[in-house]
Design a protein around this ligand. Sequence first.
Ligand code: GAR
Length: 219
Amino acid sequence: MQKLKIGILISGGGSNMHSIIRACKAPNFPVEVAVVISNRPEAKGINIAKDEEVPAFIIDHKDYDDRKSFEDALHTCLTEHAVEMVCNAGFMRILTEDFVDAWLGRQINIHPSLLPSFKGLHIHERVLEAGVKITGCSVHYVDLEVDAGAIVAQAAVPVLSGDNVESLASRVLEAEHQLYPHALRMIAEKRANLVGGVVKLKNDLIAEPSLYSPTLYIQ
Ligand code: GAR
């Protein structure tokens, strides 16, 4: 099986990266991690990648004079490892038009909300403030507008009355760990295809009917 070679960009804990690395260990999983790159030297994810024997590099943006030279270094490292698709996983650096253009249609990201709601930062705080009862996470293509590219897959997660930012973030993160490998598999198997700015799905199944939050109950 010809596997899709991915490069994962991280900035922190790397738990999404780890879920992808774990998924890739299954012999029939159609994706392989060619390289992990962190823009932060202290990112815990770098050690996790090394422990998993995946090539892992720190490309610290602070070591470069400007965004262009930083992104050139990223680009070189990705191409040297024959990366076909870039996967941002908690990568907290805005990319310039040049880099986005170079990987257009070949770069995806995971975002901890049901896009197009709650783009940007401090998502869980804003979700709790807004009082929505269902939130979630989205895997989407990266394009020039932040958090606005074509959506590949989403998971819905209930917001519970006792939630705080930490409890909600951890429930959403658990869904992210399932969703990212699933979205990658769909792309690698060409069951999710970017056509005219929208992702078209082939053979998608409705496994769950609806998620109710709060849960329906009979008195
Ligand atoms: C994840 O929740 C991811 O969705 C979010 O950062 C966290 C990274 O966790 N990304 C963004 O907010 C991007 N705008 P991880 O490093 O443990 O995978």
